[in-house]
Structure formats: structure tokens, C-alpha cells
Ligand binder design. Structure first.
Ligand SMILES: *[C@@H]1O[C@H](CO)[C@@H](O)[C@H](O)[C@H]1NC(C)=O
Ligand SMILES: *[C@@H]1O[C@H](CO)[C@@H](O)[C@H](O)[C@H]1NC(C)=O
Ligand SMILES: *[C@@H]1O[C@H](CO)[C@@H](O)[C@H](O)[C@H]1NC(C)=O
Ligand SMILES: *[C@@H]1O[C@H](CO)[C@@H](O)[C@H](O)[C@H]1NC(C)=O
Ligand SMILES: *[C@@H]1O[C@H](CO)[C@@H](O)[C@H](O)[C@H]1NC(C)=O
Ligand SMILES: *[C@@H]1O[C@H](CO)[C@@H](O)[C@H](O)[C@H]1NC(C)=O
Length: 817
């Protein structure tokens, strides 16, 4: 039984004992007509191959909440699953009432709950006496046992994986998303990107003769096979060898969501997979990954970015690419080269779509003029390698940046375009914009000659990687269920995202959350964006459920869902994790990780200052070591939001109330991303974000009518940092005359501390000198820098680095007197 099998794997028994496990079950390797398996009995495989290597049956295509299943063949021993074939990759069936049956007419058929046949083998009659069996090769075969003739086999209809001894022919295709491996009409085995806007072949590398790769187009037999020794041979003379060549290893050849084709070898003792060959040595060689106008860069995982002046079209999907935030004119207007200039993007190229390539050597100026005065030209590439080569581009696709690329791309932009401060798009006006570098695809490090990452790092990458990255990694991690979304994008892709998301992040029903919180009984806290309740989910997991206040619930379901998928992917140890959400008409709720030790304000400020929170105020003073840890953690969390996460998220409401503490006093920032939920309907964005700020922590530029950027958080952080040192609210500091201190006065005081070195006068007296003066000085220095004019403020990255540099200090060296 599958349950048993998993139990065996957990203690890493060998394949032999695995066999014992599976033979203890009722699993069979051949069935006659009339057999069936319902999805409720999915713990039992439908069939197991005689040597136990492969199993087939129902496998989940999502998590419990999603209720989607497929009928698939998978490697029994692979720890991460590893589906090699799926009957219904695009049409998952319901977890209740679906069945796979080998009908009396010899048809293997998959029926959904309501009886609809979503897939059938189309055996073509012949009916009685047929058997279905799963072979040791992984081939699912329907045959006539009297003649031994196979009437149908899964090997003829691969999804994205080719197994040893499975023939790849002119009639087969391996498909993953927009990518496919196929035999072209010229007899050459190629990989194609076939996207919504363009289609282009990227392997073997275009622009280079196939003969240079040792391939030929003269053999028309068009057949390829991966043999048991790990050699993949094609009739076009391609010969690829797994790095662990030799018999006895279980392998598969798979095309993946990042457009690469890889041989994987199974590690029998761990059940893990290792990449032992890959078709593309440079992951950016796959076309279409970053969409039109997008740039692909590998450092050391694959990232997409938009060129200067361009913004991402769909934040959920890099494959949609980038769009210019300006107009470069069009051909219905007279050419006006004086209205344009060029901006360089170094070591970058966009493959294809040349308007013109002038074979003779040409100067840069001439090339530039040609582009600026050509209404169709959007950019030009100029390379100088003895002769000056000029390529003017009509469209920008397949862009990549590489240190090895010997040329630059020059984008045509309006004359008033200011490249030092990239345009702020309408979308970013409320404090959001795209991160220029977003990781989208993570490829196994081994392929590119790097040390394999440890599993912790994998997990890290797993959550950090963007959309495609998540797909890709899940694909590697759980192997099977995301395979072959085929080309029926976008609906299946959307379903795919939802599935992917749900594995760590899910959509709850209002009913579920009502039950989990015992009808919103225990209130944990309340703030501008809503009230937070304690809840316990079905599995016993304690969560915090936030009911969003009305002003953030005006959005449509789809928009809300889109925002949530972005937030749901954000994962950092210093950010409160979002487990899911509920969006049912007016009910908009978020489900957060429960952080046990309340917020920083309750530990930092005197009881009297605890404010409306009520109760549970700690009596002991927060120790210096914990204060520093909280400062550092908060800086790292914000740096992650600003610089690293999938999108550039600005918090807009940094204050001690939004810094939650774990039992060990690790900081976790709460309420990030909410500015985003409320920024809809155009101009209202600013007002709403205004409403989110809290007086005393808001940067001066909020009062000016300027687009807000991440530096507002830097300012607020500076205030919080100072409060951590001082132990009271900055806004409550008074002059001797009893007036509130203004920003210039605070800055002056801090400068004085820095100049005199007398930090002790500033540090919370309740610490009784138990603090580290070097750390305190650094905090004061940073705090002051954060209060500068916004262009002079450091970035959160700078701050996290600076604080980290002082992290190893003793807790409080001799400084008492
Ligand atoms: C059965 O369910 C599927 C999926 O929910 C649906 O697409 C199909 O239309 C249904 N068929 C019938 C006959 O109700
Ligand atoms: C064509 O390829 C097949 C399969 O690799 C091979 O058996 C055959 O000898 C080749 N034919 C020629 C003429 O090279
Ligand atoms: C299998 O994995 C283990 C643990 O990572 C490793 O020590 C061993 O060398 C691997 N075996 C093969 C054949 O790669
Ligand atoms: C070209 O520019 C003119 C004038 O700005 C505008 O009316 C027209 O819609 C543009 N055409 C295209 C195809 O963008
Ligand atoms: C290439 O550019 C040079 C210099 O502008 C020009 O003289 C020549 O005619 C061009 N050649 C072609 C093929 O356009
Ligand atoms: C983005 O990537 C480039 C390298 O291509 C790097 O120089 C730059 O610092 C990165 N920017 C950010 C914000 O990470």
C-alpha cells in the first residue's frame, strides 16, 4: 500500500525491502477487464510493476483543499514522487467519486465524479480478454495476452518524460508549458518555444550550423532512445551521456518548465534525483522565459528583469514580459530622431527580429542614427570586434544579459527620459513597483557546475523563486503532478498556479475560518487594517486570522486573489508568514502564522504607553542582546521586502506595533503588503496609503505630493531603531519647554551623540548600563542616516549589512561606571 511504501521510504530501506512492503499489499501488475479503482482508495496503487520500480494510480494534483487528482505512472522509490506519465495532465479529476476502470470493451477510462469520461485509452474495440499491465520499464500496456500484441501503450504518448527503452519518434513530443522537444521537418531533434506571441527554436542554438554540433539532417529515420547505460542517442547523431554513465541506475529524460531538457538519475539509497545531463548549458538560452522586452540573467539562479523604462506586464507571470512606460513613436508619424536618444544596457542582446543588419563595418554614431530615425526601430545592438556591427531591432524578444556577451543593447527612449531615476509607472504610484531582478526559475545547481545546495537552501530557494521557479522546483521536488501543463494556457496555467500556491498557501472558506476562530471569539489585537483573532486549524495549527476592514475589501475577487498569490509567496524568517486567505463576497480574511510573544511596543515601552492594546505587558526590560536581534531581524525583513522578494513591496506602516516577537525574541514583521491591497482605483491610492501611515513614524515626504518609494520605510525604521535604543517613543520626547521635539532637533541630538561618543546618555536607563556601546553607536548612526532627505537615506540592504557587521559583539563589554 502506498501508506506502507511511504513508511518504508521514510526509514530509507532498500528497494528490496520496499518490494516486501508493496508485496504485502494487494498491488498487482496485471489486471483483466472489469477491474477498477476509485479515487477514495488512492492509497492503493492501481498497478505496480513486477520489480516494484513503477506504480500507477491516483495521485494528487494539489493539496487537500484543491481536491484535484490525476491518473499517473510514477517511480515508486523516488522520494519526491516523479511522475513519468499522466493520463489527464490538463483535466484533474475530483477526489470523490472519480474512478479509473478497465472496462469490458478493453478501454481504460478515467471518469470524473459526475461520470464524465475525462480520458480514455481509445483502445479501439477488440474488447474481451485484454489485459492491462505495468511493465518494469514504466510502460503501461493494454495487450491481447493470446497474441502478446500491445493494442495501446503509454510509451507511445509521453507527456514530458522519456524513460530508458522508450522510443522517441517523429510522432512523439515531450511538452512542458510552452516548451517542447520534437523532430523538425529537417530530421533534427529540436526544442521549440511556442508562446502566445512568438514561436522560436532555441536548441540546438540557432544561428549556428547543426553540423557544428555534430548533428546531421540527412538521416530521416527520426528516432531517439535513452538506453540503460544513460546514453541518449538520436538519428540526427546527437549523443548525450549521463555523467554517471553505466547500467543499474534508474534514469529519466525530462523537459521542464524552464525549457531545459535533463537526464535525472535516481539515488537508490536516498530516493533523490541528480541531474546527470542537460541540453542547455546556459539556462537563459531557452527562449520566452522572460517574455517580450524581458531580460534573462543567470546569477546564480535564473532571474528576469525589465530594461530601464520598462515595467512588468503581469506581476504573476514573467512570461508576459515587460512594456515600455513611454512611447517611442510609430510609423504613422513623421520620423523625428531629435525626439529620441539611446540608453545602454551593457552585455545584453535580444535574439532575432533584426530590422537590418548592415554587413559592412559601420560606426556607432551611424548605427545609432539609423535606429533613431527608423520609426520601426525600438533598439539597436552594436558590437565592435575589429569591425563595427550594427543590428537594429523591430521587436525585443529572447533578451539575456551575460558577462560573456561581447556587445551592448541600446534602447530607444524619449529625449527627456531620465535613466538615473527610472520612470515611476502608474502602478507604482501607491508605493509599488517591480523589482528589477526577480528570480523566476531555479535550476539544479549541479547542471551548471556548482556544488549542490543543501536542503535548507533548497527550501529557501523554493519559496524565493518566482512563479516559474516555483513550478520548476516543485517539479523537481514533487516531481509528478505539475507535469505537462501542455499548451492549453492560460486556463491550465492558472490552475497550475493555484495548485502550486496551495501546496503552501491556500484559500479558506469563510465557514472554515469561522469554525477555526470559534466564531471570532479570541481577539489578539486590532489596527487600522482590521481585527486579528486567534484560530486553530483542522490539523491543530494555531494561526492568527485577520478580518480586513472595509476600506481594503473593495476589490474584486480576482484582484484580491492576484495580490494574495504574490503575498503568499513571500517567505522570510523575519516576516510573518501568510498561510492563506478567504475571499467570499464581503468577507476578506487573511490567515497568518501565529507569533506568540506579542508586539515590540509591549516590551519596549512603559505600561502607561502600551496604548489601546491592553494586557500582557512585560514587566522585565528587554535585554540589549534581544534589542539588537530585533533591530537586525527587522532590517533583514524589510530588506527582503524591498530588494529580494518577488515584487518590491513597501510596508508603508513600520512601527513597533507591527514587529511581532517569537518566544526567542526573533522579530517578525506583520501587515506588510496591505498597502497594496488598498491601493486600487487609481488616484485613491495615495489617500489610502496615507491612512496607513502612523503619525510619529511617517516620513516627511508623505506630506509632499510625490510618488512614494521604499525610502518611507527606511525613515520609519530609523525611528523604530532609535526607540529600541532609547526605550520610549520618539514622538513623546519633549523639550524642556514641554514642546514636542521636531525632526531637526532629534537629528541634532543624535549628531551630538555621535560627535561626543556619549551614547550612554541616550540608551534606555532601565538597562542600567548593560549594553554594547559599539552596537548602540552604530544604531544611532543608522537612525540618523534614515532621517536624512530621502535620496540620502541608506537602503534597507545597506542597513542590514551594517547591523550584521556588529552582530558578533559581546553582549555588554565593560562599560559600566
Ligand atoms: C462533469 O464535471 C466536469 C468537471 O466538473 C464538467 O466540466 C462537466 O461539464 C460535467 N459534466 C456533466 C455531464 O455534468
Ligand atoms: C539513421 O539513424 C538510425 C538510428 O540511429 C541508424 O540505425 C541508421 O543506420 C542511420 N542511417 C544512416 C544512413 O546513417
Ligand atoms: C546518494 O546520496 C548519498 C547521500 O547524499 C550520497 O552519499 C551518495 O553518494 C549518493 N549515491 C549516488 C550513487 O549518487
Ligand atoms: C500612432 O501615433 C498616433 C499619434 O500619436 C496615434 O493616434 C496612433 O494611435 C498611433 N498608432 C499606433 C499603432 O500606435
Ligand atoms: C551599409 O552602410 C553603409 C554606410 O552607411 C552604406 O554605405 C552601405 O550602402 C550600407 N549597406 C547596405 C547593404 O545597406
Ligand atoms: C540586478 O542585477 C544586476 C546584475 O545583472 C546587479 O548589478 C544589480 O545590482 C541587481 N540589482 C538589484 C536591486 O539586486
Amino acid at each position: 500500500m502506498a501508506g506502507l511504501v511511504i513508511g518504508c521510504l521514510a526509514v530509507q530501506l532498500s528497494l528490496a525491502s520496499l518490494l516486501l512492503c508493496s508485496s504485502a499489499s494487494t498491488a498487482q501488475h496485471t489486471l483483466g477487464t472489469g477491474s477498477s479503482l476509485s479515487v477514495e482508495d488512492r492509497s492503493r496503487p492501481f498497478l505496480v510493476s513486477p520489480d516494484g520500480t513503477f506504480s500507477c494510480g491516483f495521485i494528487q494534483a494539489g493539496d487537500d483543499g484543491d481536491n484535484a487528482f490525476s491518473f499517473s505512472v510514477w517511480f515508486t522509490a523516488a522520494r519526491d514522487g516523479a511522475v513519468v506519465w499522466t493520463a489527464n495532465p490538463d483535466a484533474p479529476v475530483n477526489g470523490r467519486g472519480s474512478t479509473i476502470s478497465f472496462r469490458h470493451d478493453g478501454e481504460l477510462a478515467l471518469a470524473d465524479t459526475n461520470g464524465t469520461t475525462v480520458w480514455a485509452s481509445r483502445t479501439g474495440g477488440g474488447g474481451r480478454g485484454l489485459t492491462v499491465s505495468l511493465r518494469d520499464t514504466g510502460n503501461l500496456v493494454i495487450e491481447d495476452p493470446s497474441t502478446g500484441r500491445a493494442v495501446w501503450q503509454s510509451f507511445d504518448r509521453p507527456t514530458d518524460t522519456l524513460l530508458p527503452s522508450q522510443r522517441f519518434t517523429k510522432d512523439t513530443k515531450l511538452v512542458a508549458g510552452y516548451f517542447s522537444l520534437y523532430y523538425d521537418n529537417d530530421n533534427v531533434l529540436r526544442m521549440l518555444y511556442d508562446g502566445p506571441e512568438i514561436a522560436s527554436i532555441y536548441w540546438p542554438l540557432p544561428g549556428v550550423s547543426i553540423f557544428d554540433f555534430g548533428r546531421t539532417n540527412y538521416n530521416s529515420s527520426r528516432i531517439a532512445i535513452l538506453d540503460d547505460a544513460g546514453v541518449f542517442r538520436s538519428s540526427d547523431r546527437l549523443q548525450a551521456q549521463a555523467s554517471d554513465m553505466g547500467v543499474g541506475v534508474k534514469r529519466r529524460l525530462t523537459i521542464e518548465q524552464d525549457g531545459n531538457l535533463r537526464i535525472y538519475s535516481l539515488n537508490a539509497s536516498t530516493g533523490g534525483w541528480a541531474v546527470t545531463w542537460a541540453a542547455l548549458s546556459q539556462p537563459c538560452q531557452a527562449h520566452g522565459l522572460c517574455g517580450k522586452n524581458g531580460l534573462c540573467v543567470y546569477l546564480p539562479s535564473l532571474r528576469c528583469s525589465c530594461p530601464p523604462g520598462y515595467e512588468m506586464i503581469d506581476r504573476r507571470d514573467w512570461r508576459k514580459g515587460c512594456q515600455p512606460m513611454f512611447s517611442v513613436g510609430n510609423c504613422s508619424q513623421p520620423a523625428a530622431p531629435e525626439r529620441f536618444k539611446s540608453v545602454v544596457v551593457p552585455q545584453t542582446d535580444f535574439y532575432g527580429y533584426d530590422l537590418m543588419f548592415n554587413g559592412s563595418s559601420i560606426t556607432f554614431e551611424l548605427c545609432r542614427n539609423q535606429c533613431l530615425s527608423d520609426c520601426q526601430c525600438v533598439a539597436f545592438s552594436y558590437r565592435f570586434d575589429g569591425v563595427g556591427r550594427c543590428f537594429t531591432k523591430g521587436r525585443l524578444f529572447n533578451g539575456y544579459t551575460s558577462a560573456n556577451f561581447p556587445g551592448n543593447i541600446y534602447l530607444k527612449v524619449p529625449i527627456d527620459f531620465d535613466e538615473s531615476s527610472p520612470l515611476v509607472s502608474a502602478r507604482s504610484a501607491a508605493g509599488l513597483t517591480c523589482n528589477p531582478n526577480v528570480s523566476i526559475v531555479t535550476v539544479p545547481a549541479a547542471v551548471y557546475g556548482m556544488a549542490p545546495r543543501n536542503s535548507g537552501k533548497w527550501t529557501y530557494l523554493f519559496v524565493f523563486a518566482g512563479v516559474l521557479g516555483v513550478l520548476d522546483l516543485l517539479f523537481i521536488a514533487t516531481g509528478w503532478w505539475f507535469l505537462s501543463s501542455k499548451q492549453s494556457i492560460p486556463s491550465s496555467l492558472e490552475a497550475g498556479y493555484r495548485r502550486v500556491m496551495t501546496s503552501q498557501f491556500r484559500r479558506f472558506t469563510y465557514r472554515e475560518l469561522k469554525d477555526a476562530t470559534a466564531n471570532f471569539k479570541e481577539e489578539l489585537g486590532r489596527g487600522g487594517s482590521g481585527v486579528v483573532y486567534r484560530g486553530v486549524l483542522d490539523g491543530g495549527k494555531v494561526v492568527a486570522v485577520k478580518r480586513l476592514a472595509v476600506d481594503v475589501t473593495m476589490q474584486g475577487d480576482e484582484e484580491f486573489w492576484a495580490e494574495m498569490t504574490v503575498l503568499g509567496r513571500i517567505n522570510h524568517m523575519n516576516l510573518v508568514r501568510i498561510w492563506g486567505f478567504c475571499s467570499e463576497r464581503k468577507h476578506k480574511l487573511l490567515v497568518y502564522e501565529y507569533v506568540e510573544n506579542q508586539s515590540l511596543d509591549r516590551h519596549l515601552f512603559d505600561t502607561a504607553e502600551g496604548g489601546g492594546g491592553g494586557g500582557g505587558i512585560s514587566t522585565t526590560t528587554l535585554a540589549w542582546k534581544d534589542r539588537y536581534k530585533i533591530a537586525l531581524g527587522t532590517a533583514r525583513g524589510l530588506a527582503y521586502l524591498h530588494h529580494e522578494c518577488l515584487e518590491w513591496v513597501i510596508h508603508c506602516d513600520m512601527k513597533p506595533e507591527n514587529i511581532l516577537l517569537t518566544r526567542d525574541f526573533d522579530a517578525k514583521i506583520a501587515d506588510f503588503g496591505l498597502a497594496k491591497l488598498s491601493k486600487r482605483d487609481g488616484g485613491a491610492g495615495m489617500e489610502l496609503t496615507h491612512m496607513r501611515g502612523t503619525s510619529g513614524y511617517m516620513a516627511p515626504e508623505w506630506a509632499l505630493n510625490v510618488p512614494i518609494n521604499a525610502k518611507v520605510d527606511v525613515y520609519s525604521f530609523g525611528i523604530v531603531l532609535l526607540e529600541i535604543v532609547v526605550g520610549s517613543r520618539v514622538a513623546d520626547q519633549r523639550t524642556e519647554a514641554g514642546e514636542r521635539l521636531q525632526l531637526p532637533q532629534i537629528a541634532q541630538a543624535l549628531r551630538h551623540v555621535l560627535d561626543s561618543g556619549d551614547v550612554r546618555s541616550l540608551v534606555d536607563a532601565r538597562l542600567q548600563g548593560q549594553f554594547n556601546p559599539r552596537q548602540a553607536m552604530e544604531m544611532v548612526r543608522i537612525s540618523l542616516a534614515c532621517m536624512e532627505d530621502r535620496n540620502s537615506r541608506p537602503t534597507m540592504d545597506d542597513i542590514a549589512k551594517a547591523l550584521t557587521a556588529f552582530d558578533d559583539e559581546d553582549e555588554h563589554p565593560a562599560y559600566r561606571s
